[in-house]
Design a protein. Structure first.
Length: 145
């Protein structure tokens, strides 16, 4: 993939042009990421609402019908359900790892195979999460394994 940046004071606005033979999944994902660049997620701690950049999120987890957002050192409660999070963040590097979790792929440090076809993930914040076997093939496809 070739990337070119053309800087000039004559350009009145930023424009991104993608030239390709066909718009495959990688191109569509890139377009989605660019369009959703300013997307924010809201999380609550102690009745205070915080705006969270999706790049700061490690994973989402559903426990007792509540959704939690895990960042490097904080846990927020989200008003969204997991299926809403999944829909909202499809343009980012998030994937459904189980019925209870959605994980940020770029925060994965290590993958370890486990029994029954599952995977254990070590995230950059040293948390370990399990990918259910029904989602393992999706993860492998997304990361190119």
């Amino acid at each position: 993939m070739k990337v070119t940046v053309d800087e000039s004071p004559n350009h009145l606005e930023t424009e991104i042009i993608i030239k390709c033979s066909s718009a495959d999944n990688e191109i569509l994902k890139l377009v989605g990421m660019l369009k959703g660049f300013h997307e924010k997620i809201f999380g609550v701690i102690n009745k205070e609402t915080h705006i969270i950049d999706p790049d700061d999120i490690f994973y989402f987890e559903s426990v007792d019908k509540k959704t939690f957002i895990y960042t490097k050192d904080q846990v927020f409660e989200s008003p969204l359900r997991l299926y809403e999070v999944e829909t909202l963040l499809t343009k980012y590097d998030f994937f459904r790892a189980s019925k209870q979790t959605i994980i940020h792929i770029s925060k994965i440090e290590k993958l370890t195979p486990r029994l029954n076809g599952r995977l254990e993930l070590l995230l950059e914040n040293n948390e370990k999460l399990i990918v259910s076997r029904q989602y393992v093939s999706i993860l492998k496809e997304r990361i190119g394994l």
